[in-house]
Design a protein around this ligand. Structure first.
Ligand SMILES: [Zn+2]
Length: 228
């Protein structure tokens, strides 16, 4: 006869609407060096998925750009939610950016790609169906002709993203911003990313992601992710 005070219904994790942050331009020069942007760094690669383990708040920045690649990045970023607790064995991913402490960035990224897609398949399979239908429409116009379906485009986007992440591997741990930016710039060039950026641009279909629709999708995924 000593009833515990019932737990409140609020899940440990939640996504406040104001933490959904569509980006309509690259964060130059704060996060993205102007030199990298000038090489053709695409807006649609720009996003971040974060979890505040103290407050339980989830947060996501995603690109408000061309529909397929923006969704592809969004799907990846939501794979980062709760990553520190799930992938405890991996070195912590702080950010891809300058003061990164992640030493196994590639493994972190791989897991996020995989987990993001699994979450979408599990929690909002209708999103993939809608993207597939849209993909087929655009393909009918002759665009995206090297791909059979949206998931193949996702695979291309993943390999592209991992190549970009590789450009940061071995970057000098330095306060010298220019030295750091130049290291990544040279690495991007050495990995052939200038050409890849052009290829990326050629795969845009000219339709922008719908932020209202996206907000609803994200709220649903966040809610289910909170209950994992
Ligand atoms: Zn990532």
């Amino acid at each position: 006869m000593n009833p515990e005070i019932p737990e409140t219904a609020r899940p440990k994790y939640f996504l406040p609407k104001e933490n959904i942050l569509p980006q309509d331009r690259l964060p130059v020069p704060d996060l993205i060096s102007k030199k990298w942007a000038d090489l053709g760094w695409p807006l649609e690669m720009q996003g971040t998925g974060k979890t505040d383990r103290k407050t339980g708040e989830l947060r996501i920045w995603y690109p408000k750009g061309d529909v397929f690649f923006s969704f592809a990045t969004l799907i990846h970023e939501l794979g980062h939610w709760r990553q520190e607790e799930i992938d405890e064995n991996l070195n912590k991913r702080e950010e891809i950016f300058p003061d990164s402490k992640a030493t196994d960035l590639n493994a972190n990224e791989q897991r996020a790609y995989k987990r993001g897609l699994l979450r979408v398949k599990k929690y909002v399979p209708e999103l993939l169906q809608e993207l597939e239908a849209k993909f087929q429409q655009h393909q009918g116009t002759g665009k995206l002709k090297n791909f059979n379906n949206f998931e193949q485009l996702l695979e291309w986007h993943k390999n592209f993203g991992l190549a970009v992440a590789n450009s940061f591997v071995g970057a000098p741990d330095t306060e010298d911003k220019e030295e750091y930016e130049n290291y990544v710039l040279e690495k991007l060039k050495a990995l052939g990313m200038e050409e890849k950026f052009k290829e990326f641009a050629s795969l845009r279909v000219g339709e922008t992601i719908d932020t209202e629709y996206t907000e609803n999708v994200l709220m649903k995924i966040a809610n289910d992710t909170a209950n994992e």
